[in-house]
Ligand binder design. Structure first.
Ligand code: IPE
Ligand code: IPE
Ligand code: MG
Length: 249
């Protein structure tokens, strides 16, 4: 089990152990170029590749990318189909490379609305990379923070629980295999969580950038990590209570 930020004080490291990203701004990137929105999604896949590589090089252990939210089904059907197609293609074409790079893939979210082919490819990709010991890459697809908390609670109730506690709930969340994110990044200029990892973001450092997702790269990641390093992570304590090396300013 990993330290819970509300039950224990997590270890503070100079390089975030877990980075979670809301990849936003694809549509606006395309619009600026008079291209259809979906051209932005296509280009966003390149930023995904760059970010995975940069995280592995930095020594990040867990990278979590928000690819499709439970609310994104509200988009026009054409755009939803395009995104499903892109997800299928990526599952087919990118997994070899992930595997060669010792990356372990997890996909979190409800699988109920995905086609049987997508579900099968997800399962195959997860099984294929399950033995890898490098970066743990999580793609959140048809994921919502509220969905996650509810599925965890319902699972406990189904097991006969009459009272829930934090540890039991956390152990049943879909990312129970990872520590809470140290750093959250959202591109695209919006400053909101949009139903991402609600439970786990309790003490995560938040970083917002106006860069649109297709323009995000290793340099942008370095800036976010530099900002992270400048933060004083107090977890409720006073600055004076922190070890000397963790005090800022
Ligand atoms: C993020 O980019 C990708 C998904 C939500 C799938 P958007 O498509 O939200 O791009 P903007 O916010 O409209 O620019
Ligand atoms: C959040 O982006 C979801 C993903 C990046 C997958 P949205 O573009 O859907 O968020 P809102 O609607 O602006 O909050
Ligand atoms: Mg958006």
């Amino acid at each position: 089990m990993f330290a819970s930020s509300t039950q224990d004080v997590p270890e503070v490291r100079p390089v975030p152990r877990h980075i979670a990203i809301i990849m936003d701004g694809n549509g606006r990137w395309a619009k600026k170029r008079f291209l259809p929105r979906v051209a932005g999604h296509k280009r966003g896949l390149e930023a995904v590749r760059d970010t995975i590589k940069a995280c592995a090089e930095l020594g990040v252990e867990y990278l979590t990318l928000f690819a499709f939210s439970t609310e994104n089904w509200r988009r026009p059907p054409d755009e939803v189909s395009f995104l499903m197609g892109l997800f299928m293609t990526a599952l087919e074409r990118e997994v070899d490379k992930l595997h060669r790079n010792n990356i372990r893939l997890h996909v979190i979210g409800s699988r109920e609305r995905f086609s049987a082919e997508i579900v099968e490819r997800i399962e195959r990709a997860e099984a294929r990379t399950a033995g890898n010991a490098g970066l743990v890459l999580t793609i959140a697809a048809d994921y919502g923070g509220r969905w996650d908390v509810m599925q965890a609670a319902n699972r406990l109730l189904a097991q006969g629980a009459t009272r829930l506690d934090e540890a039991a709930l956390a152990a049943n969340l879909s990312m129970a295999y990872a520590p809470e994110p140290d750093l959250f990044i959202r591109t695209g200029g919006e400053q909101r969580i949009s139903n991402f990892l609600l439970w786990q973001l309790a003490y995560t450092e938040l970083f917002f950038t106006d860069l649109l997702w297709p323009d995000f790269d290793a340099q942008a990641l370095t800036s976010a990590v530099a900002s992270f390093r400048s933060r004083e992570r107090r977890f409720g304590r006073t600055s004076e209570q922190l070890p000397e090396t963790q005090r800022r300013g």
